[in-house]
Design a protein around this ligand. Structure first.
Ligand code: PRT
Ligand code: MG
Length: 205
């Protein structure tokens, strides 16, 4: 049995064509159902659909053998007990510092609103900048507008969300894409099976 963890939304949408090319199909009726464990065209392969940030957690604990998660999520999780196997090149974006156009970011302690606490701390500490992190779970763009923070650290794709909120991208922290990850123990016990799928997925990239 192999369990693959995916997250609803862009990762699921962009992973399905890759998995299909590799030979793993999830019937439409499964995708349209409210089930959290989906059947595939293989009796021995199941797909679980969970929150993006929970994918490395399920894989770390072996509740899923394989998973697809954004590099942003993997950095925050720390990826203990998880091997990164492949850069799938999907769900690409950039983790960036952004703020209002007229904002001076040269103050002694910068207030940064983000859900990416680890990446944010690493980035500013490397620059020797002192920061106060304000942890949010979403709508980061609001923080500088209402005076909650001086700037934000968030994912940027088209830049439209920033623009709509009168914010500008300033500094690049990481280029982000989704990665195929595996539980480290499962990688040993199910090695040949998992390797076969890696080869097929690689070919479908
Ligand atoms: O929704 P939930 O809270 O369950 O989780 P999630 O919001 O983290 O999931 P989801 O599906 O939105 O994102 C999953 C993964 O997609 C992320 O972990 C990233 O690796 C990747 N990804 C790629 C993105 C984006 N592009 C992206 N643009 N995730 C989020 N965004 C958001 C961003 O946070 C901002 O609010 O889109 C907005 C910016 O987009 P633009 O195009 O306006 O710049
Ligand atoms: Mg979301």
């Amino acid at each position: 049995m192999l369990t693959i963890a995916l997250s609803k939304g862009r990762i699921l949408d962009q992973s399905l064509p890759l998995l299909e090319k590799a030979g793993i199909n999830i019937p439409k009726s499964e995708l349209e159902s409210r089930k959290l464990i989906l059947d595939t065209n293989f009796d021995v392969i199941k797909v679980i659909v969970i929150r993006a940030s929970d994918v490395p957690v399920f894989v770390q604990h072996g509740a899923a053998d394989l998973g697809i998660a954004g590099k942003d999520v993997l950095i925050e999780h720390g990826a203990d007990g998880v091997f990164e196997l492949l850069d799938l090149g999907i769900s690409k974006c950039r983790l960036m510092v952004a703020s209002k156009t007229d904002k001076n970011l040269n103050k002694s302690t910068l207030k940064v609103a983000t859900k990416y606490v680890k990446s944010t701390k690493e980035y500013f500490y490397k620059q020797g900048k002192q920061i106060e992190v304000i942890k949010l779970s979403g709508a980061m763009e609001l923080a500088p507008i209402v005076g909650l923070s001086d700037c934000i650290v968030d994912l940027v794709d088209s830049g439209n969300t920033l623009k709509a909120n009168n914010l500008v991208p300033l500094e690049l922290i990481h280029e982000i894409s989704s990665r195929l990850i595996v539980n480290s123990a499962a990688f040993n016990t199910k090695h040949s099976e998992i390797n076969d799928w890696i080869t097929k997925i690689k070919k479908s990239l």
